[in-house]
Design a protein around this ligand. Structure first.
Ligand SMILES: [Fe+2]
Length: 465
């Protein structure tokens, strides 16, 4: 054996010893980390004039009492004169805080503390409460569809696009709320049952979305109002026949900060839809669930065929009447294209033309109750910007009942054009979204619509109600 090979053997021994040392160190570190409870992510939602809901995901299931997990909040960014609020509930590593008794129309800053550890480590979460049922000027952002920039088998179905930073940084004026109209991810989960292991697939998907820096920062700085569509509920074109829908539904309730839901998750009763509504200023937002109760698109159209489901439709009609009686404007958040069936080139299997009899029933209800003139619709699904001033939206058999329709997508998915025609020609693509500015003088509400690619406005319109 020459000196060189002796040296090699010596080096190998030193290397192996070093490896054992590093491995034992990392074992000790991970054991230590397991004992350290902390928040991994959080997001804000259910914004009102007096409160907000925060859902925070912890790295482990805590044994501690709820008061070890708190929100510290203040009206200043440096959290001066702070107040403390302990978690309302702790379940499945999710701490839920329903902050209440806040001042209306007030900017708040907050951090979560878990066993003394602050989240986020730098900066704060923030939100601004609103005014309700009184004139109020505000702006919301909206869009849908964030499958990610890598296509094919490498695509993990989530996005970390810079569009989320652009939306967060928008400041003319800062957005009160971001309405996500579905396809939060493209995990296309298909489970067959309603067991913890099935719900876990959905929990993991929320983890994946909220581990994307740009998305998480958006939802930590602007409260979300989120309704699912097909790819985050299950897979492409999925409907009410999907056997795993109760798992999707349970996970949504557990993981997502949301406004009060009408239905409880009950497999025997067949309930679990996520439709919800809320009011900001004198505007009622109605978000329908277009998946949970939906009949198969392939079913032949007939008066019983439904996209909304009987119970949701009754609720929807009641919401429309309440909006008409109590507010100055209604925004229907409807995830899939409403204007469809007129143009064979842009035909889609997803849209309302496959439920044309129900669409006509809704249009007739709007006409009969004089609601169409107080209504505007925002939609996603089609990965495009488009706008119709109402001229292509005439579906009532007893009158006109037309209203403006806005298509605002996609955040980060391959461009597509669906439905139409639209009075403003569609623009397909990614990094696209909408801003709605509401200006209310107490008599009339003006809605300025800006449909954008990144920061550039591509389509603009003003409607007065
Ligand atoms: Fe989509």
């Amino acid at each position: 054996m020459n000196n060189l090979s002796k040296l090699g053997r010596f080096n190998r021994r030193v290397f192996c010893a070093a490896c054992i040392f590093v491995l034992s160190l990392s074992k000790k570190q991970s054991a230590h980390e397991l004992k350290t409870i902390k928040a991994n992510w959080c997001w804000l939602g259910a914004l009102t004039s007096s409160g907000v809901t925060i859902k925070a995901k912890l790295n482990i299931e805590p044994n501690e009492e709820k008061n070890y997990i708190q929100v510290i909040y203040s009206t200043t960014p440096n959290l001066s004169s702070p107040k403390r609020f302990k978690a309302n509930s702790l379940d499945k590593q999710i701490a839920t805080f329903n902050l209440n008794n806040l001042q209306e129309d007030t900017q708040y800053y907050c951090v979560i503390t878990v066993d003394g550890r602050r989240y986020p480590e730098k900066g704060t979460l923030k939100f601004k409460t609103v005014k309700v049922n009184q004139p109020y000027n505000f702006a919301i952002g909206c869009s849908s569809c964030a499958g990610g920039t890598v296509s094919g088998f490498l695509n993990n179905g989530v996005s970390n696009s810079s569009i989320f930073d652009i939306i967060r940084e928008y400041n003319t004026p800062p957005l009160t709320l971001f309405i996500h109209m579905g396809d939060l991810h493209y995990k296309d989960i298909k489970v067959q049952d309603f067991q913890d292991k099935d719900i876990n697939r959905y929990r993991k998907a929320y983890d994946d979305v909220l581990s994307q820096d740009s998305q998480r920062k958006l939802y930590q700085n602007i409260p979300i109002a989120y309704i699912w569509d097909d790819h985050d509920y299950s897979s492409n074109n999925s409907d009410g026949n999907y056997p795993g829908k109760w798992s999707a539904s349970a996970a949504y309730r557990e993981q997502v900060p949301h406004y009060p839901l009408v239905e409880a998750v009950d497999k025997i009763k067949g309930t679990g839809g996520i439709y919800q509504s809320f009011v900001i200023g004198r505007v009622r937002f109605i978000m329908t669930d277009n998946r949970f109760h939906r009949d198969s698109v392939d079913k032949e159209d007939n008066p019983e065929k439904t996209l909304l489901g009987k119970t949701q439709k009754e609720w929807f009609f009641q919401e429309l009447l309440e909006g008409n009686n109590n507010q100055g404007l209604i925004v229907w958040v409807n995830s899939v294209p409403w204007i469809a069936g007129n143009n064979p080139e842009t035909e889609t299997t997803e849209a309302w033309d496959r439920y044309a009899i129900e669409r006509e029933e809704i249009a007739n209800f709007l006409q009969k109750n004089h609601i169409a003139q107080k209504l505007i619709m925002i939609s996603g699904d089609a990965h495009m910007l488009a706008l119709d001033d109402g001229s292509n939206n005439i579906y009532a058999s007893e009158g006109v009942a037309s209203f403006p329709v806005i298509q605002a997508a996609s955040l980060d998915s391959i461009g597509s054009i669906k439905g139409g025609d639209y009075s403003e020609k569609p623009i397909k693509g990614r990094k696209q979204w909408g801003v709605l500015h509401f200006t209310d003088d107490g008599q009339k509400i003006e809605v300025k619509v800006e449909l954008k690619k990144k920061n550039e406005t591509k389509i603009e319109a003003i409607f007065t109600f």
